[in-house]
Design a protein around this ligand. Structure first.
Ligand code: G6P
Ligand code: ZN
Length: 583
């Protein structure tokens, strides 16, 4: 057995290591500064405390973006030096964020070991490459992101750190080959276990969904399918699940080879960045003219996000979670005993609220950030949840899950088409959505993103919107002056959340303007960017009349959009006459 020793290295605090909504995300150039990653990792070990680190089994992997391979070697050497007993690594360093969550919760090592945490190496939907983003976040024993108590401690530690521990003489581990390697340290054995990235996750998906019925759908000549991994880690799962397990054509996979720089693209599954898929689905201007597939979906870099499309049809993420919740019990075996409850983030449309009300389900509205759902799930209060930011998931793990969402949709389609695959007309994605609107009403919804805005200007815009909330009559005078066809503002506040499980309170979670007719305007600053500020504007309008649910969304929302832009002085303060992305 190769031996290693432990070295204590002197270091000094580095500014700006505060983890955001989903860990620490910075440019690769920032991460590769001397001791930058080391300081953060040691601060994490110190925050967890010796009893959670010594003898532990930890997962280290991610979406495969640039700098991941180096980071895995550094973290492995530091883990060995800090007394960790085993490191589990997905082959090639690849594990999607949902797969990490599944591995923590489900995987049992050959010696019966279970993991108690993970370093996930990803900056999610942000671009990758030497000049782009890298990221790291820590997940806990339940498979979910570390709570604020821990991330605050990590940040505090980064401000006082003086030394870190590293096994400098531990040889680099071979992450390309599956297998177990053992080393001998001053305090005993240290194992590095490189395992297949997909098996545990595939096994979990097979225990949730009826693969046989999805296979029938996917292999029917009537049903055509397309999946775009945007060169993210979802590619490592797509072939195994959609092609090998479910019988989809290999040609239905787009960009399914994981790349360190995501092929130079922006691995965010939305109508702007998933260009190829959007064109193939017959949406947008660059449609190829070929008959589009019946179903299309995309994932982000670490495969926790999803976008679902029908033929020439976009499903908003807010509608998607509502439709999954409405159909889960009859279409997905995992939910056959009923849903414990459902939840959405505040800026997500109220489509889910209507389903919850109709089906008499427990319902929760939480701040943006998946960790808030995790608490509800751990307490057995929530089965299905989702966010407008292309995140959908369930209590099978403690992260949102891009491939799960696709399988949920395929299950619904398989169920609705059980009798139609041999004869009869296919019930399409669009049919399902329109029928849902006719039953529950439609929440017209759009999000405007202003990326990389001057941080000062963004702050001023937000402060202004808060200040205006103190006089609703003045707000209403302004609104009336902008558009007389928009209803009155009935209430305005900053969203605040008291967690029903642990009682913690989260303030300033987004600025809301709530209108008498149920329309909403929400303004928030993104917590996931790595440069400047990103302003998000969420616009929503409810239409209950079934004869009016078929309008073009941008057209239906135009009056509210105009009010939002003028009320917030968007152009005046940011200099932007148009958003960077509209979804
Ligand atoms: C991550 C989190 C999501 C959250 C999103 C918000 O993806 O996992 O739960 O909705 O960030 O991003 P934003 O950029 O709007 O803060
Ligand atoms: Zn992601």
């Amino acid at each position: 057995m190769v031996m290693f020793s432990v070295t204590r290295k002197e270091t000094a605090p580095i500014d700006g290591q505060k983890p955001g909504t989903s860990g620490l995300r910075k440019k690769v150039k920032v991460f590769t500064q001397p001791n930058y990653l080391h300081n953060f990792v040691q601060s994490t070990f110190n925050a967890l405390g010796a009893e959670k680190v010594r003898g532990a089994t930890l997962v280290v992997s991610g979406d495969g973006r640039y700098y991941s391979k180096d980071a895995i070697q550094i973290i492995t050497k530091m883990a060995a030096a800090n007394g960790v007993r085993r490191i589990w690594i997905g082959q090639n360093g690849l594990l999607s964020t949902p797969a990490v969550s599944a591995v923590i919760r489900e995987r049992v090592g050959a010696d019966g070991s279970k993991a108690t945490g993970a370093f996930i190496l990803t900056a999610s939907h942000n671009p990758g490459g030497p000049n782009e983003d890298f990221g790291i976040k820590y997940n806990m024993e339940n498979g979910g992101p570390a709570p604020e108590g821990i991330t605050d401690k990590i940040f505090e530690n980064t401000k006082t750190i003086k030394e870190y521990l590293i096994a400098e003489d531990l040889p680099d581990v071979d992450i390309l080959t599956i297998g177990l390697t053992s080393f001998a340290g001053p305090e005993g054995q240290f194992d590095v276990d490189v395992f297949d990235s997909a098996s545990d996750y595939v096994k979990l998906m097979k225990s949730i969904f009826d693969f046989e019925s999805i296979r029938k759908l996917l292999s029917s000549p009537k049903f055509t399918f397309c999946y775009d991994a945007l060169h993210g880690v979802a590619g490592a799962y797509a072939k195994r699940i959609f092609v090998e397990e479910l019988g989809a054509q290999e040609s239905s996979l787009l960009n399914c080879t994981p790349k360190e720089d995501f092929g130079g693209g922006h691995p965010d599954p939305n109508l702007t960045y998933a260009k190829e898929l959007v064109a193939r689905m017959g949406l947008g201007k660059s449609s190829s003219g070929d008959e589009p597939p019946e179903f299309g979906a995309a994932a982000d870099g670490d495969a926790d996000r999803n976008m679902v499309l029908g033929k020439r049809f976009f499903v908003t993420p807010s509608d998607s979670v509502a439709i999954i919740a409405a159909n889960a019990v009859e279409s997905i075996p995992y939910f056959s005993a009923g849903l414990k409850g459902v939840a959405r983030s505040m800026p997500t449309s109220a489509a889910l609220d209507v389903v919850a009300k109709n089906l008499n389900l427990k319902f929760f509205e939480v701040p943006t950030g998946w960790k808030f759902f995790g608490n509800l799930m751990d307490a057995g209060l929530c089965s299905v949840c989702g966010e407008e930011s292309f995140g959908t998931g369930s209590d099978h793990i403690r992260e949102k899950d891009g491939i799960w969402a696709v399988l949920a949709w395929l299950s619904i389609l398989a169920h609705k088409n059980k009798e139609n695959l041999d004869g009869g007309n296919l019930v399409t994605v669009e049919d399902i959505v329109r029928k849902h609107w006719a039953t529950y009403g439609r929440h017209y919804y759009t999000r405007y993103d202003y990326e990389n805005v001057d941080a000062g200007a963004a702050k001023e815009l937000m402060a202004n919107l808060v200040k205006m909330q103190s006089s609703l009559s003045e707000v209403n005078d302004l609104v009336k002056g902008i558009r007389s066809d928009v209803s009155k503002v009935a209430d305005a506040d900053e969203f605040e959340y008291k967690d029903p499980v642990d009682g913690s309170v989260s303030k300033h979670q987004g600025i809301r303007y709530l209108f008498e007719d149920g329309s909403r305007l929400v303004f928030r600053l993104s917590g996931t960017g790595s440069e400047g500020a990103t302003i998000r504007l969420y616009i929503e309008q409810y239409e209950k009349d079934p004869s009016k649910t078929g309008r073009d969304s941008q057209e239906a929302l135009a009056p509210l959009v105009e009010v939002a832009l003028k009320l917030s002085k968007m152009e005046e303060l940011t200099g932007r006459s148009a958003p960077t992305v509209i979804t």
